[in-house]
Write a protein that binds this ligand. Structure first.
Ligand code: 2AM
Ligand code: CA
Ligand code: CA
Ligand code: CA
Length: 255
């Protein structure tokens, strides 16, 4: 078993499990507040993934959203068992399983799987990104006016950003899953996606998928994002990157 096959196979197995409770999740609990929820299926899905990794790679390190401990090291997996939990609870199809593998903080494998649409996004370092069996290659656009994109996370920032770009872009869409939104840039469904203060597990897999598809990824300062910290990201097609960055800075993007 190699790590890419492991990630692909376990995400399909977990996807099959999750579809049984789609829109009818059990044991919904609040985490930090009423807007931050977790179900027994987030926990079970995470357990299934960790168990499979531990079976084949017992010495690997695992960082996962629903864990209380951060197990960090050279051979680092980063897992979000359900990205888009609220959508999953409400029976909305934008959710996914996100599994990434990093060595010495450098991304080697990214897998993002939406079990509802059966979209499997995957990437391996220097070997390209794929959606199911099609190679992903970003097609640049040169006019912000005809772009469609998305913004997520901080409520205050999202509102300000939308207000600012409404008349400069074709349309904004909000999916409720950061990992999927970033993958949609890789797949030419979105031209840009901005994530403010994302956690490592939201972005770790999609980061490599967008990168391998030829997308640009910077933080709000214009630097290479730090995946293992809470970080803000702009995923974009090359020609409109500067415009998006300027708008973000104009509204005081901060970190
Ligand atoms: P989650 O479903 O894994 O929690 C849209 O809601 C996106 O923001 C999703 O990717 C979601 O991931 C993430 N998200 C939800 N609550 C969040 C919070 N309190 N802080 C940061 N990200 C959050
Ligand atoms: Ca969550
Ligand atoms: Ca998430
Ligand atoms: Ca999650």
């Amino acid at each position: 078993m190699n790590r890419l096959n492991l990630a692909v196979e376990i995400s399909k197995t977990v996807g099959f499990y999750l579809m049984q409770f789609f829109g009818k999740a059990k044991n919904i609990e609040e985490k930090e507040n009423f807007q931050d929820l977790v179900t027994e299926h987030d926990k079970k899905a995470q357990e299934m993934i960790i168990q499979e990794i531990k079976k084949y790679f017992p010495d690997d390190n695992i960082l996962a959203e629903e864990n209380n401990t951060k197990d960090m090291g050279e051979n680092q997996w980063v897992i979000d068992p359900i990205d888009g939990t609220l959508n999953y609870i409400h029976g909305l199809p934008n959710f996914c399983i996100s599994i990434a593998y990093y060595e010495n903080k450098s991304p080697l494998i990214g897998v993002v799987y939406n079990p509802f649409t059966e979209e499997m996004f995957l990437a391996m370092k220097n070997q390209g990104a794929y959606l199911n069996h099609s190679k992903l290659e970003i097609k640049d656009i040169n006019d912000l006016k005809f772009s469609i994109g998305s913004v997520g996370f901080s409520r205050k920032f999202t509102g300000k950003f939308i207000e600012k770009v409404e008349n400069k872009v074709q349309r904004i869409r909000i999916l409720g899953s950061a990992a999927l939104s970033a993958c949609y840039v890789a797949a030419n469904k979105f031209d840009f996606f901005i994530a403010k203060r994302a956690n490592p597990w939201d972005i770790a897999a999609a980061y490599l998928i967008v990168k391998e598809a030829g997308g640009e990824i910077i933080n709000f300062q214009g630097n290479t994002p730090k995946i293992f910290e809470r970080e803000s990201y702009i995923f974009s097609k090359p020609s409109i990157l500067e415009d998006i960055k300027n708008i973000t800075n104009e509204i005081g993007g901060g970190v």
